[in-house]
Design a protein around this ligand. Structure first.
Ligand SMILES: [Zn+2]
Length: 293
């Protein structure tokens, strides 16, 4: 079975997904130059130079997201140490220009998160900041705090968690994955695990990959680099959503703990989800979940 996906297939939402996805690993930046004012909450300190009302919205939203995300990932019991001097810092620059100048980010970058210092940098843009960038980056930081840097954490899991926690986008993401699934335009999970997404972004031409078909028969999908990356990110969030919605936060915590402690992906799945013992089983169960969407 052959599917062709043209560029026009993709609604605008994916731009948001990719945008959020590519800005995650930030360089070390000098955040001490502007004359920062600050607002302190239980788990966050917001530094800002412009409107205080926007900074207050940022702080209130961040505190709300923290509680929700830690709860949904099942980390709430383990995650009570973002307090006092360990609070997460959020720098809100006055505008895009001053953000770019200070962080040295690329023109398309609207924010970044630094794992090691637990800091988020962005600027006072209203659209997308509170609903999208903030929960995305907080989810990355909470996830990384729990899972650490030693185990092998696949990119789909890291980005899947961060996108899943952009809660407002879930209905759209589900509709899009369902459409791709119905059109047999998704990738096999095993194939997806081997993709080096970082290298893809600059590649021209069409990629021919094995397609995930509904009945399991062999299929092929033709994708531009952009669409392959988009498909990868969309599958990532759906696979994470499946694990969390079907089995809950406690099993997800167990799964992450196994990875953190150095288990392979398959072994971690097996330990946390007794009914999923192989990648093939993971794919089968995920497809059943997609059938029910
Ligand atoms: Zn991300």
């Amino acid at each position: 079975m052959i599917q062709k996906l043209g560029k026009t297939f993709w609604p605008g939402i994916l731009f948001g997904i990719i945008l959020a996805a590519v800005l995650c690993a930030g360089p070390a930046v000098g955040a001490d130059k502007p004359n920062w004012k600050e607002l302190k909450g239980a788990h966050f300190i917001v530094y800002f130079t412009g409107e205080e009302s926007f900074a207050r919205d940022v702080l209130n939203s961040a505190e709300r997201y923290y509680t929700r995300i830690a709860g949904e990932l099942g980390y709430a019991r383990y995650q009570d140490f973002w307090t006092w001097e360990k609070r997460c810092k959020i720098y809100v620059y006055a505008d895009h220009d001053s953000f770019l100048k200070s962080t040295g980010g690329a023109e398309w970058s609207h924010g970044m998160a630094e794992y090691n210092t637990k800091t988020i940098y962005s600027y006072a843009w209203h659209e997308g900041f509170l609903d999208s960038l903030l929960p995305h980056e907080i989810a990355h930081l909470i996830f990384r705090d729990f899972i650490g840097f030693k185990g092998e954490v696949p990119l789909w899991l890291d980005e899947g968690v961060a996108q899943w926690e952009e809660e407002a986008k879930r209905p759209q993401m589900k509709a899009m994955i369902k459409e791709l699934y119905n059109n047999e335009g998704l990738l096999l999970i095993n194939d997806m695990m081997k993709l080096d997404i970082g290298r893809l972004k600059t590649k021209e031409g069409v990629h021919v990959r094995a397609a995930l078909t509904k009945d399991g028969s062999p299929g092929v999908v033709f994708l531009s680099s952009d669409n392959l990356v988009n498909t990868y990110y969309l599958q990532s969030v759906s696979m994470v959503g499946f694990l969390i919605e079907k089995f809950g936060g406690e099993s997800f915590t167990n799964f992450c703990r196994e990875l953190r402690d150095g288990e392979s992906l398959e072994q971690a799945l097996k330990s946390a989800y007794t009914t999923i013992t192989t990648i093939a089983e993971f794919e089968k169960r995920w497809k059943e979940y997609l059938d029910q969407l």
